[in-house]
Each structure stands twice: as C-alpha cells, then as structure tokens.
Ligand binder design. Sequence first.
Ligand code: URA
Ligand code: ZN
Length: 385
Amino acid sequence: SAPRALARRLVVDVHTHLYPEAYVELLKSRTEIPYIRRFPPSNQLCLCNRPPQNSNSSSTSTTSKTPPGRILHPHYYDISEKIAFMDHHKIDISVISLGNPWLDFLPSDTAGATAKDINDATNTICNQHPTRLFFFGALPLSAPEPTILAEITRLKTTTQARGIVMGTSSLGSGLDDPALLPIFAALAASDMPIFLHPNYGLPGPVWGPRGSDYGQVLPLSLGFPMETTIAVTRLFLSGAFDAVPGLQIIVAHSGGCLPFLAGRVEACIEHDGKWERDGKLVPERKTLWDALRRNIYLDGVIFDKVGLRTAIEAAGVDRVMFGTDHPFFAPLDGGKTFPAMTVNRDAVKGVFPGDEEEGYDLVMGGNASHVFILSVFRQTGPKMF
Ligand code: URA
Ligand code: ZN
C-alpha cells in the first residue's frame, strides 16, 4: 500500500537521548553520582551519570586536571541541537529517551511526581516537532507498584510517548524479578515496548589494574553490552515471555552478545539437569530463538556489518532498527558529522549493498515506523502487523 511504501523510506533513530532541563536541574541539586557539577579550576559543568568503572581511574579524583564525566554540552539537553543533528544527518524521526541512569536513583516517595514532570516535559518538547519527535517515557521504578502502573496509563494518554525506557536494574533486582510481571503485563496491554539500555556495566575488578589506561573503552565497548546480554538472558530464563507473551523489548546495542550467544544459552538449557528435573524441557518450550523472533527487537548501534548481520539473522530483518546513541559518541574534533550516524548507516548498507534492497529501508526506518506507528500513519488505522 502507499503508506507502507512511503514509510519505508523514512530514516528513524530509535536510540537517541535527551536530558530535559528539569532532569538537568535535578542532577545539579545532587551531591552523589549521578550529578552535574563543576570541578574547579574548570568552570564547565560536567555530567557524571555513572560511577567510574576503573579503580585507578582519574575520574575518581575531584582535583584532577581532566574533569570527570562529560562536559555538559547543550546537545545533552537542548532540543534544537537534536533537530540540527537530525537535519544534518537526514534523520526524519527520532524516538528520544531519557539518558541513563533515568530515575533509578530517586527515593520512592518522590519518584512518581518526578516521572510525571520529566515525561510531561519530554512530551511538550516533542510537540514542538510533532511529526519528527516521539519518546520513550521513564517509569518511577523505585515507587510502589500502583504509582508505576499509573504512570504507564498516563503515558498512554500523551501524544508522543511510544514506549518506555528501562535500565537493567529495573525494580532493583534485575529483569527476572517476578514483581515486574504486572508491569510487563500493563506495558504489553498498552502496546508499549520497553527500550532496554545499560548503565551499570560490570564490576570494576574485571577490567584489571590497568583498566583506566584504556580510557572508557573496556566498560563502554564490553561492559555495557555484557550488562544488557546478562539482563535479557535472565529475563528469558525467568519465563517472563511465557507469562506475558505480548511483552516487546528493544534491546540496545544490537542486543549485546545475545545474537552471538543464543545458541550456547540454548545448549546449556538443554543439558541442564535442574531444568529437566523441574519439568521445563518440554517440546513446546519457547526457546531464546523464539523470543528473539517474537518478543525482542534489536537496535542497530553496533558499528559494523558483521555484528549487524548477526543481529538481523538472529531476530529477523523486521526486528532490527537503526539508532545513533546521540549525543554520546560525539566526534572528538567537535565536528558536525557524527560517525555514530555514518558508521552505523554504512553497516546497514554493507549488509544490504544493492540499490533497491528492501532490508535497508526496513532497518533504517520502515520497521520503527510500523512498530511505533510514527508520523501521519498513526491516525490512519490499526497497526499493519
Ligand atoms: N555512555 C553513557 O553513559 N550512555 C550512553 O548511552 C552511551 C555512552
Ligand atoms: Zn544510549
């Protein structure tokens, strides 16, 4: 149909962050990580959003010449920078998400009101460009369950929310926590996928005493994706996809190692005496491969065609969606063109090298347009699949 053909040509970025000003103010008021503060003698505000991963890291010192964290460039909070980035890189639509660590650190009694403020502010920001900006809402996961459920219901009434963003700690105990099931059920019933994103990495000692010699490379390239891989595997092993078959989860960084390791996870299940004794090795068992094809979407933020091809083979060409991770991975020279856009786009091109390849359009925007019912087609009828 015509809408489908049009939608396929769109470029949609499903992994792109914004810290709205209300969130920046919240971090400025804090004295523990996550926080935003100055580190004299520098006068620049720095965003410290996650604990330093390396025990000997210079970022543990507050008097170092290199301020810890990241300089709070306006592209972290100013939506006009996001739009300029989209225009420069020919991105039609962005589904923005609050950056890590979201609302994970809030006390239980204020989380609900803060979530409402931040989500409403984000919806208002998106409504400045209502055909180009949508968002994943942040849930008050430290609040009591009725507060979390109420925010899901409320998000559904906003014009621009298309799902929610969640970290791997979720309610505090990870994604295999049975207390999450009512939340998963509410999200599935409201057609709200979860965008799952890492923040916490792996325990610092795994990087060894020389970890900080390599800057952020080990925790960012390996710690982040391993955190996500472990989280999704625990989610799968818990049976959550059986309990809530409609649960949909978009896994950051092409699912980490999940596409590569799914076969090994399956082999370990099939050879596990406990699984057999528990009567769980039945022929109709939903496998991790089944979950990858029915419940899991993978973003395309993997920076090479080898990883991207594996993601597409594991989840299917209709379940991988382009992303940039803007404003992280900004060019070191301050330039306008982000390799995080061009390298990830070239990876898609590398997997689909032909001129008329449908797969390229699906990954670059067609899939996201359908899954999130983006732009004008939202009003035209029910979901196409
Ligand atoms: N570093 C972060 O803290 N978050 C991202 O999304 C990417 C890099
Ligand atoms: Zn990200």
